[in-house]
Write a protein that binds this ligand. Structure first.
Ligand code: GLN
Ligand code: ZN
Length: 758
């Protein structure tokens, strides 16, 4: 009988009870003992669910009080020195302090977990002396066994991945750090072996990225050490999110099983397997069910895939598993009440994926016939969606194909547009502007709620939004900004707002996914052909423009950001989806232009998030991502000024791509790496309009004029003054009213000083 396995299960709970429990504890409404017991209940619930569905290898220790990387660090007593810690089991106050910051100490950095939207806490190794503070995997194993009789498979972040994701050490110290950590891992594994644990899952997603020769050696040291210390414990060395690099080194490691991703790394892993074979003494964890996508799998196709794998590896040595932890998908489709049936029936969230795994294992062992009903049902559901009107808007497909065939290009090159625009706009040197949103006060949120609940009609809501616009147009004029914005008061979220107005999108009621800590996001689903329906932003923008003589910038979210922050259909490439989005948004750009709005900002903060993990795939992605932006913006007149904005990420290695977007002006976040970013602009001699954020909007602190002046002067050492704009780092949505005004006043004052000097 072929076995099924899950690599991890979502923590948040079907009703986000995990989130609510953590937040109640943080706000002091829950005692610590109550926190423990509630979280245990949630944890056991999740285990029970997997047990009842019939999963053979159920993960334990995948649960967390915040983040599994932080768990690993605290388990090893790796606590940044700024937190009071005296050894032993790490108290929750310290644990959450590292995650969220305290009055006295800033939180540790948080960053993206590979190419997902999950963020982990970056371990800080400097000054730490690792010791094993507790054996979390063992505790989790015991709990599952005692409470539910489950023979769990503990999950641990592997040593190489842990080291690679940590900071606070020099690469020359890597081996020293490995030598400190390795004995602790061994201790954990030995205790597990002594307990009678059969399998552990050691996650090494770092193995899908390029490793140096030294890292490959380290990998060998690690797994040889384990093999020598715990000969009786079966290790499943798990990779995911892409195909394994260094395949031949990996399969030679002395472990019992190797887990490979046959969804996101299908082509690469398959090629390696065929070319280099798979050792006869190992089990293959075949990740065939997508752990991070939301669509039902075609069981038929998956059975064909499994058959193919069985021919290479033999059926006895296969485990049917998810491609990665199910952490990245919502909990269940069951409760979704408002989706059209064609869509709902084609979805599989975590719980539905459990069913798929069990069905596949069953059919693979005993023949397709045993699940013939399910096979049939599954194919019918997938077909119904593929044949739905939403996926077959022939007019849209034709129009997009026609547009994509042309190279998207503005009529004039930037140097000539620049002159035409200077003449038209007559802006002072160092024009000042903001990124788009102004504070969304409690009042604004309340108004939206009243309107959504139907307690306010459209007129009431619209007139409220207009009042907000009035207020902020007046304020911006009074502060002395040159290019104004309407403030985005009508938007909760920059993707949702457009998704709700474009065709091809759906919104779940409960499709939440953990983003970081207790913070969850509910990504829209792009399930049909995306199409422009009617103008989305023209009303508010032209209203704002009617209230002032100064230019008001229109404000859109770009195609790549919308795509990267949504779940997308899989019957089309991401490039094709991006083209559809670009074509739809282009119609909005044109509508704004027709309505007299001649400065238009298309935000692309999430461009980097879609960057493939493999270096060799990155250039291609960047090329079509840039193209999508250009397609969105290329049809405007020469004098219409296209702006863009980027934030949240590192840009210094993608400045060429940013330049290729050919936006007349980019405003860019710099607070996190000011010096470095400026340096890379210097190296790249960026030649378009640019506003480097001159103050950090993530902090409530009001920047002093002097500080802003220093920022401006530093940037001007590198950038052409004629091309330089002055703006904050990012949108001001999350800031307070007074502090925003004071900060902007200081920014304008610093600008005046700069103007006098240059
Ligand atoms: N225009 C958006 C705003 O100001 C940009 C948001 C962002 O950069 N993430 O809110
Ligand atoms: Zn931003």
């Amino acid at each position: 009988m072929v076995k099924s396995s899950v690599l991890g299960y979502p923590r948040i709970g079907a009703e986000r009870e995990w989130k609510r429990t953590l937040e109640a504890f943080w706000s002091g409404k829950l005692e610590e003992s109550e926190l423990h017991s509630r979280l245990q209940e949630i944890r056991l619930n999740h285990l029970r669910k997997q047990q009842e569905k019939g999963i053979d290898f159920i993960p334990v220790n995948d649960f967390s009080y915040y983040d599994h990387v932080l768990d690993t660090a605290t388990m090893f007593g790796i606590i940044p020195k700024r937190f009071p810690y005296e050894g032993g089991v790490v108290p929750l106050s310290v644990y959450y302090g590292i995650a969220r910051g305290t009055k006295h100490a800033t939180a540790s950095e948080m960053t993206k977990w590979f190419n997902t939207n999950y963020h982990y806490i970056v371990p800080e190794l400097d000054g730490a002396s690792p010791v094993l503070t507790e054996n979390k995997p063992l505790a989790a194993y015991r709990e599952a066994k005692e409470k539910l009789g489950i023979e769990g498979r503990p999950v641990i972040v592997g040593p190489l991945t842990f080291l690679k994701l940590s900071k606070g050490y020099d690469t020359s110290e890597t081996d020293a750090w490995l030598n400190r950590l390795l004995p602790l891992y061994v201790q954990i594994l030995q205790e597990l072996e002594r307990e009678g644990v059969q399998w552990v899952q050691i996650d090494e997603p770092i193995l899908v990225t390029k490793l140096s020769g030294a890292d490959v050696k380290r990998l060998q040291t690690i797994y040889e050490t384990f093999a020598g210390s715990v000969p009786g414990l079966n290790i499943m060395l798990q990779t995911y999110f892409e195909s394994a690099e260094n395949y031949s080194d990996i399969v030679r490691l002395p472990v019992k099983g190797i887990g490979l991703d046959f969804v996101h790394g299908l082509a690469g892993n398959m090629a390696s397997l065929k070319e280099l074979g798979f050792p006869a003494d190992k089990i293959l964890g075949a990740g065939v069910i997508d752990g991070r996508g939301i669509w039902k799998a075609s069981l038929r196709e998956k059975l064909v895939l499994l058959q193919e794998l069985a021919e290479l590896v033999t059926a006895e040595r296969l485990i049917v598993q998810s491609s990665c932890s199910l952490l990245h998908v919502p909990v269940t489709v069951k409760k979704e009440a408002s989706l059209i049936p064609e869509l709902k029936n084609a979805l599989a969230f975590a719980d539905e994926k459990l069913d798929e795994l069990v069905l596949l294992a069953k059919a693979f062992s005993s023949g397709e016939a045993v699940i013939s009903d399910e096979l049939e049902k599954c194919e019918r559901a997938l077909q119904a969606l593929n044949h739905s009107g939403e996926r077959n808007r022939i007019d849209v497909q034709r129009a997009v194909a026609a547009v994509s065939a042309k190279h998207p290009e503005r009529t004039l090159p930037f140097s000539e547009r620049f002159l035409a625009q200077q003449k038209k706009w007559q802006l002072p040197i160092f024009p000042t502007t903001t990124i788009g949103s102004f504070p969304q006060s409690a009042e604004v949120r309340k108004a939206r709620q009243l309107w959504r609940k139907g307690e306010w009609n459209n007129e009431q809501y619209d007139s409220f939004i207009r009042e907000q616009i009035d207020t902020w147009i007046r304020l911006q004029e009074e502060i002395g900004l040159d290019v104004l914005v309407h403030g985005e008061f009508e938007r909760t979220d920059m993707v949702e707002f457009f998704g709700e107005k474009l065709a091809g999108f759906a919104f779940t009621q409960n499709g939440w996914v953990q983003s970081y800590g207790s913070r969850c996001v509910k990504p829209p689903i792009i399930y049909g052909d995306v199409a422009f329906v009617k103008p989305m932003t023209v009303e508010e923008t032209t209203y704002a423009q009617s209230k002032t003589k100064r230019p008001v910038k229109g404000m859109l979210t770009g195609p790549i950001t919308i795509m990267n922050w949504s779940f997308v259909r899989e019957d089309m490439t991401r490039e094709q989806i991006a083209c559809q989005l670009a074509f739809a948004l282009r119609q909005e750009v044109e509508a704004l232009e027709d309505a007299g709005i001649r400065m238009i900002q298309v935000d692309e903060p999430a461009v980097r998030e879609g960057l493939p993990l493999k270096e060799k795939d990155q250039a291609e992605y960047l090329e079509w991502a840039v193209n999508a932006f250009r397609m969105t913006t290329c049809t405007v007149q020469d004098t219409t000024q296209i702006h863009t904005h980027m934030c949240y990420c590192e840009f210094h290695d993608m400045i060429d791509s940013i330049e290729a977007m050919d936006a007349d002006v980019i405003s860019i976040e710099t607070s996190r790496s000011h010096g470095e970013l400026i340096h890379s602009f210097e190296l790249n001699t960026y030649k378009l309009g640019i506003g480097l954020g001159v103050y950090d909007i993530h902090s409530p602190r009001i920047p002093r004029v002097k500080e802003i002046t220093a920022m401006i002067e530093r940037a001007l050492r590198v950038l052409d003054p004629k091309l330089f704009w002055i703006n904050p780092d990012c949108g001001l949505k999350t800031r307070g009213f007074e502090e925003t005004i004071d900060s902007l006043r200081n920014m304008v004052e610093a600008t005046q000083i700069a103007r006098a000097r240059h």
